[in-house]
Design a protein around this ligand. Structure first.
Ligand SMILES: Cc1cc2nc3c(=O)[nH]c(=O)nc-3n(C[C@H](O)[C@H](O)[C@H](O)COP(=O)(O)OP(=O)(O)OC[C@H]3O[C@@H](n4cnc5c(N)ncnc54)[C@H](O)[C@@H]3O)c2cc1C
Length: 424
C-alpha cells in the first residue's frame, strides 16, 4: 500500500491531534495526520451531548483545580494557548460561539460537527494533510528516522512523531489505547489507567453480583428500576472509603440506566473508581436536605405534619420525590420525626462497582508526565517524539476542561515538533 514521507507525523486526528496540526502549520511545517477512523474527530461529535462544550473560559487560577492529575504539567501549554485563545482561533476561522453558565463555551450552532469542520479546515488550509482509515500499528525509531507502519501495509517515515491517540473511553470512536503501546515500545512508563467521569453502581442496583466493572448494558434490578429517571436537585453527596470521608460535593445527582450520574455523581467518580479498584469499601451518603440540620428538620416535620390529619405516607410524599417514598418507608417504618430526619440526611448507598470505558467520559492515567517536557511536550527519553491530549496522564472534570487540555497540549506539541524539525 505504498510509502510516504513527512516532516511530522501526527498519530490520531482527534481534538489534540488536529490542534497539533494547527500548531505545526503556524510554524510553517506541513504535518501529516494518520487517523484510523473514516473521519477525524469522531469523539468530538459526541461531546457535550452533541453540542460540544469545547472550553471553559477561566484563568489558570480558576481552571487548574478542575484538572485532576498533573495540573502543574499542563500549565506551560495552557499559558501558550488559553481558553480565550481557543475562542479567538475558532472564531477567526469561522466558528461563532456562545458562553454559558460557569464559563462553558459552545459553538453558537450547538453542533459539535461545526467544531470538527473548523479544526479540520484550519489545519488543512495551513498545509496539513489528513489521511483517514489509517490505523497505525507500530512506531519505530531507527537512527534519527521514525518508521510508522499502518494496518493496511503502508509505511510512513518522518523526523518527528506526535502521539495523539487519546485514551480508552468510548472505543467505538477510535480511542482504544493504542498510544500506550507505542509509548511503551519507545521506552515510556504508563501510569495505570482507569475510567473516570463514569456512572457509579450502588449495591443491588443491577442484576449482577459482580464487583468492580459492571457493564452499562447489565439489566437493572427492581431497586434500580424504581430509581431510574430520578433527578435530585441541590443535594449533598459524601464519598467514604470505610469510615473515612474522601470527598464531598453539593449539587445535582441523577439515577440512570448506568447508576449514579449527573454533575456530583461524575465529580466523585474518579475517587470512587480508584477506591474500588484498590479494594476499598466505598459508599456514598446522600443528604437530601443539606440546607437544614437534623434537629431542625425533625422539629419541622413534627410541626408541619401533625398526625392526624397526615398519614405517614402523606408526610413522606411531602418530603420526598415519589420514587424515594417506599425506600424511606422501609428504612424508617415508624413515623418518628428524629429518626426520619436523620435518615433523610444520611441515605447510605454502598457502591458495588462502576461503568467502564464503554461509557466513561475520560480515561485517568496514561503516559507518565514525568518523562515528558511540559514546556515542549517532547519525550525526555526519545528525541523528536511528542505527546498530547488524553494519552497523557491528564484528566479533568466535566465543563470543557478536558478539550481545553487536549487543545493546549496539542498546540504546544505541534509548535515544538515544527521547531525540532528545524533544530535537528
Ligand atoms: C461522551 C463524551 C462526552 C464528552 N464531552 C466533553 C465536553 O463536552 N467537553 C470536554 O471538554 N470534554 C468532553 N469529553 C472528553 C473529550 O472528548 C476528550 O478528553 C478529548 O476528545 C481528548 O482528545 P484527544 O485528541 O486526546 O483524544 P481523542 O478525541 O480520543 O482522539 C484520539 C484519536 O486518535 C485516533 N487513533 C487512536 N488510535 C489510533 C491509531 N492506532 N492509528 C491512528 N489513529 C488512532 C482515534 O481514532 C481518535 O480519532 C467527552 C468525552 C466523551 C466520551
Amino acid at each position: 500500500m505504498g510509502k510516504g514521507e513527512a516532516d511530522i507525523i501526527i498519530v490520531g486526528g482527534g481534538a489534540a491531534g488536529l490542534m497539533a496540526a494547527i500548531g505545526a502549520t503556524k510554524m510553517g511545517a506541513k504535518p501529516l495526520i494518520l487517523e484510523k477512523m473514516p473521519r477525524p474527530g469522531r469523539k468530538i461529535m459526541i461531546t457535550g451531548k452533541g453540542r460540544c462544550n469545547f472550553t471553559n473560559v477561566k484563568d489558570w487560577f480558576e481552571f487548574s483545580p478542575a484538572i485532576r492529575s498533573n495540573s502543574h504539567f499542563v500549565k506551560p501549554s495552557f499559558q501558550n494557548l488559553k481558553p480565550v485563545d481557543v475562542l479567538d482561533l475558532l472564531e477567526e476561522n469561522g466558528l461563532p460561539y456562545v458562553i454559558e453558565r460557569g464559563g462553558r463555551a459552545f459553538p453558537a450552532s450547538y453542533k459539535a460537527s461545526d467544531v470538527i469542520d473548523t479544526l479540520v479546515r484550519t489545519a488543512t488550509r495551513g498545509g496539513a494533510k489528513i489521511l483517514t482509515d489509517k490505523e497505525v500499528k507500530s512506531i519505530d525509531k531507527i537512527e534519527k528516522v521514525f518508521h510508522v507502519c499502518c494496518a493496511d501495509g503502508s509505511e510512513y517515515t518522518s523526523k518527528a512523531v506526535i502521539i495523539a491517540t487519546g485514551g480508552l473511553s468510548y472505543p467505538s470512536t477510535g480511542s482504544t489505547g493504542d498510544g500506550y503501546r507505542f509509548a511503551e515500545a519507545l521506552g515510556h512508563k504508563i501510569v495505570s489507567c482507569f475510567p473516570s467521569l463514569t456512572a457509579l453502581v450502588p449495591q443491588g442496583y443491577k442484576q449482577s453480583q459482580t464487583k468492580g466493572h459492571i457493564d452499562r448494558q447489565t439489566p437493572l434490578s427492581r431497586f434500580g428500576q424504581s430509581l431510574i429517571g430520578l433527578s435530585l436537585k441541590n443535594v449533598q453527596i459524601s464519598l467514604y472509603s470505610g469510615q473515612d470521608l474522601v470527598q464531598q460535593e453539593f449539587g445535582d445527582l441523577d439515577f440512570t440506566d448506568g447508576g449514579l450520574e449527573g454533575p456530583i455523581g461524575f465529580a466523585i467518580s474518579r475517587n470512587a473508581v480508584k477506591g474500588l479498584l484498590g479494594g476499598g469499601k466505598m459508599k456514598v451518603v446522600i443528604d437530601l436536605k443539606p440546607a437544614v440540620e437534623a434537629e431542625k428538620l425533625a422539629a419541622r416535620i413534627r410541626r408541619e405534619f401533625p398526625m392526624p390529619p397526615y398519614s405517614y405516607g402523606n408526610i413522606l410524599a411531602k418530603l420526598l420525590p415519589k420514587a424515594l417514598c417506599h425506600i424511606f418507608r422501609s428504612l424508617v417504618p415508624e413515623p418518628k420525626p428524629e429518626v426520619l430526619a436523620e435518615a433523610l440526611k444520611s441515605w447510605t448507598l454502598p457502591l458495588q462497582g462502576y461503568v467502564g470505558y464503554e461509557r466513561s467520559v475520560v480515561t485517568a492515567g496514561g503516559v507518565d508526565t514525568g518523562e515528558v517536557s511540559s514546556h515542549a511536550m517532547e519525550s525526555r527519553l526519545c528525541r523528536n517524539l511528542f505527546f498530547c491530549g488524553e494519552v497523557l496522564d491528564i484528566d479533568a472534570n466535566t465543563g470543557g476542561y478536558n478539550l481545553q487540555c487536549a487543545f493546549s497540549t496539542g498546540m504546544l506539541s505541534g509548535m515544538s515538533a515544527a521547531a525540532s524539525v528545524v533544530r535537528d
